[in-house]
Design a protein around this ligand. Structure first.
Ligand code: KIV
Ligand code: NA
Length: 265
């Protein structure tokens, strides 16, 4: 059985089928999602917040992205694996973007890369696509720009909406195979989706995009503290894991673990 390709996901969109994407940062979790039939996994730089303990995505390095992307590739057999180019890995220009994207493709084995920005990133997207690396764009809220934009809904108001549409078209014209729309009003996400022929992948962008993406630790209820309103929690892993750890600790302290069946003589 071969892996899902970018052509498979664009064909699904052309047939009118919505498709799900989840983030993954390690081989074991990725294997669970692969077996569950998730067709596309994103090794997001959200690993900064969700896996590496940083406050934002900004500090994530190419070494970290490469190592965890390789783990996700090793843990999966079927899914298309998309890796984020982290902050600082493509802002200097297209040549830098190509050098770093090549590393993710050659050393980690991913099938596509994602980078943030519309008009401002179109040269980077174009060079990668010319080199044979499929690119997913990412517009609307772009967390690598948190220091400039904060975390708020993007594209509100006529001027901002027009800019978002220009960004979406720039990403498509540069040759991207899909584009993430993060934290934009549903009506605007629907308009972008009608305007583009490539798939739109929404997060906090309402129900009318061609695909959806969620951060896995948010959707599985592992993330501590407040999660964004656009996330739905499909499980409460934080509770389940915490309870398991507490029970294990109690049984060690109380002497009931290990029992006879866990013991060799
Ligand atoms: O890093 C990430 O998880 C992302 C998604 C939220 C789209 O970029
Ligand atoms: Na990201």
């Amino acid at each position: 059985s071969r892996r899902v390709t970018v052509h498979d996901v664009t064909a699904a969109t052309e047939r009118g089928e919505k498709w799900p994407m989840l983030t993954a940062y390690d081989a074991m979790t990725a294997s669970v999602f692969d077996e569950a039939g998730i067709p596309v996994m994103l090794v997001g730089d959200s690993m900064g917040n969700c896996h590496l303990g940083y406050e934002t995505t900004v500090p994530v390095t190419m070494d970290e992205m490469t190592m965890l992307s390789a783990a996700v590739v090793r843990g999966t057999r079927r899914a298309l694996i998309v890796a984020d180019l982290p902050f600082g890995a493509y802002q200097e220009g297209a040549v830098q973007a190509l050098r770093n994207a090549t590393r993710l493709v050659k050393d980690a084995g991913v099938g596509a890369v994602k980078l943030e920005g519309g008009e401002r990133s179109h040269e980077q997207i174009r060079l990668l696509v010319e080199a044979g690396i499929p690119v997913m764009g990412h517009i609307g809220l772009t967390p690598q720009s948190v220091n400039a934009m904060g975390y708020r809904v993007q594209g509100r108001g006529e001027e901002a909406a027009q800019q978002l549409l220009r960004d979406a078209k720039a990403v498509q014209d540069a040759g991207a195979f899909a584009v993430v729309l993060e934290l934009v009003p549903a009506e605007l996400a629907a308009e972008v989706t009608r305007t583009l022929h490539i798939p739109t992948v929404g997060i906090g962008a309402g129900p009318d995009t061609d695909a959806q993406v969620l951060v896995w630790t948010d959707m599985a209820g592992l993330t501590g503290g407040k999660v964004p309103r656009f996330t739905k929690q499909y499980a409460n892993l934080r509770q389940v894991l915490g309870d398991a750890a507490k029970q294990y600790a109690e049984e060690v302290v109380g002497g009931s673990f290990p029992a006879a069946e866990h013991t060799f003589h």
